[in-house]
Design a protein around this ligand. Structure first.
Ligand SMILES: Cc1ncc(COP(=O)(O)O)c(C=O)c1O
Length: 372
């Protein structure tokens, strides 16, 4: 029997997640320097300086295992969110919370309902457990089709994923639609609301999913320190659940899954109101700037509540931007072949992107005219 024959068939047939490449690697490949990366929804301001300082101070202690209970961080976060400490589960990024949900609840024969296009890890994590993903297309406006998702739920459905705001579209579900959806959701289906971009939300009627954990057992919200807190590289995220679900996820968790530096960095970042405020501000301004400029260039975009936006630029624009050192995310793998996703950067990065795109588009229309 070959090794391949011994590997679980659903693992063997997995198409691995293709992450945005690190900037250093891309520059090496393309032989360019000074490029800008607007591809992975990171914080363009960098990490909170307080988080960097806290990690520096903790570096001398890394011969010790971390606090497996994340005691201090748990206390600070539970106070901030208004939930009890035993409703929180920490992981190496929201990715690990997703993995814990999968390990705890999904197996062969089970179904998991999610929208598509949505976060690329959902199908991978679901298939990785031998379960079956049921992908429900977004509406024409690229918003979750909640009625179709409800209709997709069957006796085998264990979990429904709701990515709000949705990656890669930036679109979001408001409180009214969310409440209607939740009211119609069978009680024995676990609801996982992925709020990786929660802190960037601008719409005033965004649902209060945390309140739901108090009245709906089998609810988990995913949050992360990778985005507004600028800690993507150190890997820390968390789940907020009802107590019972938290206790099961805790059983599936490895005791030292969150490292010592991540714990102190997250705590310091949580207390850095100024960094949080500036990030939100620069992102909101960038969203307006990019939306306006893309409209001026005749490019279709979608309303975003996140730190990125989806734009229908045409497929060839991705490579053309890349050759000018502007890295965005192509959306071909998401069934959106004409689209790119642009992470909102610093003002000068956004301007450089628009300038490069403008040049590419005017060349394209000049070329088009020549052939007519
Ligand atoms: C919707 C969504 N969920 C979860 C994650 C995972 O985030 P983390 O870096 O915390 O693992 C991401 C990362 O991009 C995301 O976009």
């Amino acid at each position: 029997m070959s090794l391949a024959d011994r590997v679980k068939p659903y693992i063997r047939s997995l198409a691995p997640y293709v992450p945005g490449k690190p900037i250093e690697e891309l520059e090496r490949e393309l032989g360019i320097r000074g490029s800008i990366k607007l591809a992975s929804n990171e914080n363009p301001l960098g990490p909170s300086p307080r988080a960097v300082e806290a990690m520096r101070a903790a570096a001398a202690e890394i011969h010790r295992y971390p606090d497996g209970a994340s005691f201090v961080l748990r206390a600070a976060l539970s106070k901030k969110l208004g939930v009890s400490g035993d409703q929180l589960v920490f992981g190496a990024g929201a990715d690990e919370i997703l993995e814990l949900i999968a390990k705890t609840l999904m197996g062969e024969g089970d179904e998991v309902v999610y929208a598509w296009p949505s976060f690329a890890m959902y199908p991978i994590v679901v298939q990785g457990m031998g379960a079956t993903g049921v992908a429900v297309p977004l509406t024409r406006d690229l918003v979750h089709d909640l009625d179709a998702m409800l209709a997709a739920i069957g006796p085998r459905t264990r979990v429904v994923m709701l990515c709000n705001p949705n990656n890669p579209t930036g679109t979001s579900v408001g409180a009214e639609a969310f409440d209607r959806f939740v009211a119609a959701l069978p009680a024995d289906v676990v609801l996982a609301v992925d709020e990786a971009y929660y802190e960037f939300v601008r719409r005033p009627d965004f649902p209060d999913a945390i309140a739901l954990t108090a009245r709906r057992p089998g609810t988990v919200i995913l949050r992360t320190f990778s985005k507004i807190y600028g800690l993507a590289g150190i890997r820390i995220g968390y789940g907020i659940c009802d107590r019972e679900l938290a206790s099961y996820l805790e059983r599936a968790r490895h005791p030292f899954n969150v490292n010592r530096l991540a714990e102190v960095a997250a705590l310091a970042a949580l207390e850095d109101d100024e960094h949080y405020r500036r990030t939100r501000e620069i992102n909101a301004q960038g969203a307006v700037y990019l939306g306006t400029e893309l409209a001026r260039l005749g490019i279709e975009t979608w309303p975003t509540d996140a730190n990125f936006l989806l734009a229908r630029t045409g497929a060839e624009v991705y490579d053309a931007l890349l050759s000018q050192g502007v890295i965005v995310r192509p959306m071909k793998g998401f069934g959106l072949p004409d689209h790119v996703r642009i992470s909102i950067g610093l003002p000068e990065e956004n301007e450089r992107f628009i300038k490069a795109l403008g040049g590419i588009l005017s060349k394209r229309s000049a070329g088009g005219n020549a052939t007519r």
